[in-house]
Design a protein around this ligand. Structure first.
Ligand code: COA
Ligand code: AMP
Length: 629
């Protein structure tokens, strides 16, 4: 029997009381005067007047309450053959010391710190150290190239940047330091200092006067104490892709964020303090922020920081090895990881070599979980496989099967039910609510619950334009789907030019901006095409300038290099085709959606305003030569 309905009802009856009760399990240095400030819609603020410290609640609190000797963080790195455990006491010492490094560089409350680092414990330590002194961190995923990093540096204007000599991918070492130097050279906003972690005694070149050696700086630093911050003060900025090449800086607060994450650990994930919780993602993404670093620590769980891949480090059994070795009870990853394991080990031969009986449930998110993958995972692991839906903007799941409240019947293909706090509606183009079973835009009635984005960094106007103006009174998720007769949410696709590559959110518009810089290209379109493993991958179509003399193969090679250089390898851009022209509406809008359907072999209605329908046949012929699997 699930307590979901009664929780949903409690929240509906008294939303402020519901979240105030959840907040009581955290430590506040000053109580709130108002649970929710609704005085300036569409901006809402949670726990106004309260003061707290996120780092204290994640780390020091557990030491004070007797969990000092419990493992807080297990670093498991098959790419360096390392396993290292930090207890809460050890984590407290390391975080306090690093906070001292930042304080020594004059970083204070409200200053920004950009973190461009691999999946090593120092990255989590750096994030918590920022939280400790009230600095706002902005983590940039290591697979982004210098130009993308420069965009984020310009927007966040950090006082200090934290980085490492290199990251380690299964097939190569990624030298971060030259990328960082290039980004800083291109950025108009320059940091005062960079602190560089030299991995494995490497010797990345430091810039005199600007760069500090991490270890040396730690040795020289005094520990710094937790600084009380307002619940509404920003904890971090996390950039995510929109429809253009300009990333959106999602701002998350301190107070609401803690309340939401802590509630989710108990009620959605069913995690009990002391247990081992593992989110196999990267701290560069929202999953990593919420469920590698903050949520497990807030809840007194041990978190696993895994520096490896589901396959190839060394094989498709590595997930099972980690689960057995560290006694993981709750596991979270993206469906793409399971698709790649299923491809390599379809019969689960490697799984049979490990004892994964400690595992209670597998959670999947980041992209639509196809029923095949869910069924395969469930058959192999013999635990509930729970698809749940969320976004960088919401920061925690808006629809889930709440294990902690008691599981509801599973429907494969659905992210199950709206989480208390999220009044999800399906709207038509005019903003009218659609009946059950009808597909439309998925929107969430305002105010959003604690933990969701407050605004976009220094851009309230873009925040309102991007999310709140299409359907007044609602947050537009940019996802399409339907809610069935049992109230289950089915998320089907994105409504905008954003694609999802191996659980990574990328902008097709951003790629088009890069490709159109090629001197031979007159215009182009990038489509997110279905891929068996990665969900979607980009395919570029280019129209050449008249009189240009370049082969398709050469152009493809050059464009791939441009995307790798300007956006990064994670874009997985591998295919470009030359076409004579692009299909457009009579008003000149490129028909990307129709082309994507052609590429995916789906039927499509003939666009009413297409200027020349014959172009679609030409495009279909070209796309029929593309194989992305
Ligand atoms: N730093 C530098 N480069 C990185 C990187 C990082 N942190 N992460 C990925 N890259 C590079 C990869 O090396 C690869 O480069 P290549 O083109 O030279 O081979 C490229 O970016 C694409 O990476 P990826 O999308 O990870 O593809 P892959 O083929 O290496 O691995 C999967 C495919 C499915 C195994 C992998 O995407 C995966 O583990 N996904 C898990 C899902 C996940 O973590 N999602 C996050 C949201 S929950
Ligand atoms: P990101 O902001 O990178 O986390 O990406 C968020 C987007 O990923 C959402 O808007 C969806 O398009 C997609 N997504 C995440 N989780 C799911 C899910 N469980 N089912 C379907 N799509 C999902």
């Amino acid at each position: 029997m699930s307590n979901y309905q009664s929780n949903w009802q409690n929240w509906q009856n008294d939303p402020e009381g519901f979240w105030a009760e959840a907040a009581a399990s955290l430590v506040w240095t000053k109580p709130w005067q108002q649970v929710l400030d609704t005085s300036t819609p569409p901006f809402y603020r949670w726990f106004v007047g309260a003061e707290t410290n996120t780092c204290y609640n994640c780390v020091d609190r557990h030491v004070d309450e007797g969990r000092g000797e419990q493992a807080a963080l297990i670093y498991d790195s098959p790419v360096t053959d390392t396993i290292r455990t930090y207890t809460f006491s050890e984590l407290q010492t390391a975080v306090a010391r690093f906070a001292g490094v930042l304080a020594g560089l004059n970083v204070t409350k409200g200053d920004r710190v950009v973190i461009y680092m691999p999946m090593i414990p120092e990255t989590a330590i750096a994030m918590l150290a920022c939280a400790r002194i009230g600095a706002i961190h902005s983590v940039v995923f290591g697979g982004f190239a210098a130009e993308e990093l420069a965009k984020r540096i310009n927007d966040a204007a950090p006082r200090v940047i934290l980085s490492a000599s290199h990251g380690i991918e299964p097939n190569r070492v990624v030298e971060y330091k030259p990328l960082l130097d290039e980004a800083i050279a291109h950025a108009s906003s320059k940091p005062e200092h960079c602190v560089i972690f030299q991995r494995d005694n490497s010797n990345a070149k430091l810039v005199a006067g600007r760069d500090l050696d991490w270890q040396q700086a730690v040795n020289d630093a005094e520990p710094a104490e937790c600084v009380p911050v307002a619940a509404t003060d920003p904890l971090y900025i996390l950039y995510t892709s929109g429809t253009t090449g300009v990333p959106k800086g999602v701002v998350r607060d301190n107070g609401g964020h803690m309340v939401a994450l802590k509630w989710s650990m108990e009620n959605i994930y069913g995690a009990v303090p002391g247990e081992v919780y593992w989110a196999a993602s990267d701290v560069g993404w929202v999953v990593g922020h919420s469920y590698i670093v903050y949520a497990p620590l807030l809840n007194g769980n041990t978190t696993v920081m895994f520096e490896g891949k589901p396959v190839g480090t060394p094989d498709a059994g590595v997930f099972w090895r980690v689960i057995e070795q560290h006694k993981v009870t709750t596991f979270f990853t993206a469906p793409t990881a399971f698709r790649v394991i299923k491809k390599e080990d379809p019969d689960g031969k490697l799984l049979s070599q490990y004892d994964t009986s400690c595992l209670r449930a597998l959670f999947l998110a980041g992209e639509r979980a196809d029923p095949d993958t869910i069924q395969w995972a469930q058959t192999q692991l013999q635990v509930p496989v729970i698809d749940h839906w969320w976004q960088t903007e919401t920061g925690w799941p808006q629809a889930a099967n709440p294990l902690g409240l008691g599981l509801l019947p599973v429907k494969h293909g659905s992210a199950t039910v709206p989480v208390p706090g999220f009044d999800i509606q399906v709207l038509d183009e005019t903003g009218r609510s659609l009946p059950s079973g009808k597909t439309g835009a998925l929107a969430i009635k305002l105010p959003l619950p604690p933990g969701c984005l407050q605004t976009l960094w220094q851009d309230d106007e873009r925040f309102v334009d991007s999310y709140l103006s299409e359907f007044p009174g609602y947050y537009a998720t940019a996802d399409a789907g339907f809610i069935d007769e049992d109230g289950y949410v089915h998320v089907m696709s994105r409504l905008d030019d954003v694609m999802n590559v191996a659980g990574h959110r990328l902008s097709t518009g951003g790629m088009e901006e890069v490709i159109s810089n090629h001197q031979a290209i007159a215009e182009c379109a990038v489509l997110g095409v279905k891929c068996e493993i990665k969900g979607q991958v980009p395919v570029g179509l280019a129209v050449l300038k008249t009189g240009t003399d370049i082969t398709e193969a050469q152009l493809e090679k050059e464009v791939i290099a441009m995307i790798r250089h300007d956006i990064g390898p994670l874009a997985s851009f591998k295919v470009l085709r030359v076409v004579k022209r692009l299909p457009k509406t009579r008003s000149g809008k490129v028909l990307r959606g129709t082309m994507r359907k052609i590429a995916d072999g789906e039927s499509y209605p003939m666009p009413a305003t297409i200027d020349d329908p014959a172009i679609l046949d030409e495009i279909a012929t070209v796309l029929s030569t593309v194989n992305v699997d």
